[in-house]
Design a protein. Structure first.
Length: 188
């Protein structure tokens, strides 16, 4: 594993990224102190999550910015508006109708992902920068992102079978902390 850490920290060209698994990407991301921690830091309080959901309904992807997933927000915003613009510009031919249907599907995917992430924050669980609610919301990014040098987030789906081991350990630790705080509140 140490050679992967060294390979990740050494300057690598855009066309030759190291082939790391998601677990290794997250470990490197955690070990590299020049990077911010992979846990998203929301800009809002827990009581404002309904406003974040409402803002995401108006501008798809902007809610992810408020909950601390800035790179994912930019990815969702750009892809949604490019699909919408392409659909509007080519509306006279069949391609425009197909692009608008894809745009509506992407809108639904963004809203689903936003609702799941807000629910996890409501339960006081931490979320990561590259965490997606399901495989459909990640739409193959785990194959594309390692090839792009300007995106630094490890992409994964947040269920117990596909999430990295480091992430699962942190979530279990958070769950235990919540249980202890809950029991302490009743024992007082």
């Amino acid at each position: 594993m140490n050679e992967h850490l060294l390979a990740k920290k050494m300057p690598v060209g855009i066309l030759s990224p190291p082939n790391l698994t998601t677990d290794e990407q997250l470990e490197v991301f955690l070990a590299d102190y020049s990077n911010p921690p992979p846990w998203a830091t929301p800009m809002i309080r827990k009581s404002s999550l309904r406003y974040v959901l409402a803002s995401s309904l108006v501008v798809p992807g902007i809610g992810h910015l408020f909950i601390g997933q800035s790179q994912k927000s930019a990815l969702y915003l750009v892809s949604f508006f490019l699909l919408a613009l392409g659909g509007i510009l080519t509306l006279e031919i069949f391609v425009g109708v197909a692009l608008l249907i894809l745009c509506l599907a992407l809108y639904a995917i963004i809203q689903w992902d936003m609702a799941v992430m807000c629910y996890r924050l409501h339960l006081c669980f931490p979320i990561c920068e590259g965490e997606f609610a399901s495989t459909i919301t990640a739409f193959g990014l785990n194959y594309i992102v390692p090839q792009l040098s300007f995106i630094s987030m490890p992409v994964f789906v947040s269920d117990s079978t596909r999430a990295p081991e480091v992430y699962i350990k942190e979530i279990r630790k958070q769950q235990m902390d919540l249980r202890v705080r809950h029991e302490d509140a009743y024992n007082v």
